[in-house]
Design a protein around this ligand. Sequence first.
Ligand code: GLY
Ligand code: MN
Ligand code: MN
Length: 442
Amino acid sequence: MRKASMNIEFFKARRRRLAQLTPGCALVLPAWPEQYRNADMHYRYRCESNLYYMTGFDEPECVLIFRPGKNPETVMFVREKNQERETWDGFRYGLQGAKQVFGFDQTYSIQDFEKLAPELLKGCEKVYYTLGRNREFDHIMSRVLIAINGGWRPRFSLGLPPVEDANSLVGELRIRKTEEEVESMRKAAVISAEAHIEMMKATKPGVTERALHGVFLKSIMDRGADTEAYFGILASGNNATTLHYRFNEDTLEAGQLILADCGAEYMYYSGDITRTWPVNGRYSAPQKRIYEKILKVQKDCIAKVKPGVPHMDLQRFTTQALTEILLEEGLVRGTVDEVIRSGAQIKYYPHGVSHLLGLDTHDSGALQIKGESRAMESGWCLTIEPGLYFPENDPNVPAELRGIGIRIEDDVLVTADGCEVMTKGVPKEIDEVEALIGANFR
Ligand code: GLY
Ligand code: MN
Ligand code: MN
């Protein structure tokens, strides 16, 4: 048997909420394909987040057809029990087990999906299915839809149900975290924060980026995380000016900063934290000056998070504030408005300040509707992550700033009148950070 996940009633409640939004329609959610290398070498399977959100079922090779108001309403196609395969790969629920444990109305073998799906989807007003994410399954779905249509020849056509994006539909539920989700989000945040502290303590010149990554992985797994939420970024010195640096192959040197962007995955929920600290335990004067300015922008940005404020205001605010820093430091010229109009600041602040966080690190949910930024709502989980990056080979960058990349990232939960910083456990004030660095070696 497997370890229990969240209470099954939570998943049933989500299906009830979705049913209210889409009577007469059907939702089709396939699992991700499994990953193999060299034919039979297995890697950890990570369930597809929408499918998990609606069912709690995290096995590979399954598909949900959810038909609000119809009987059976929740139909799952799953792998059959198979003693030989279970000897190799481990427990699987099978048709009976999945039905009983997860409360599905009907289960069928995944082998029968293509045969049975047309009949289950026939007569639905609309089919919610996300095209383009799972090419292999797109082909299966196109055959299913053609079968519903009675073939492809127009004169025999029975009429196709319109297909709409399932990810947007489920994203609209996922964007507001429920109390039980917040519990997992907080746990992912706390575990990630504690692991950042462990990395700070394990930092000294001569330690490798890879070894710090190892410290992070050990720390989160010691604390019950399943794995990391995304491949950790351990970027020393100029490597920090590569936004998604992931070679993690250099050795830390005195005088450099190390930027660590690492998050734990706990019960499938993500943490996502970035801290930037000095390898030898003391920020140099220019590093300190830039760090303090970015830290102020980050804290001011967090203070703006509350229900009713357009999410885009966070980007507008940080663009303005970070451009002021670029002007003060002589990296761009003109007035703030002129610089922003020309886009010159993008070279040094090339990314968004905030994304949704949840079952995916870049979580589902629309931050814009018809091109208009959406107002934040209580229950949203977001990152706040301003940063500036000054590549060492950019002649426009003053010499003392070359090779400096600084990002400070926290995870926040929007509350009724502001936000809760779920990752506050990891310090970001200069004196607190400096006090931790190298503590393991003292
Ligand atoms: N770790 C990826 C991000 O911060 O968005
Ligand atoms: Mn992030
Ligand atoms: Mn991050």
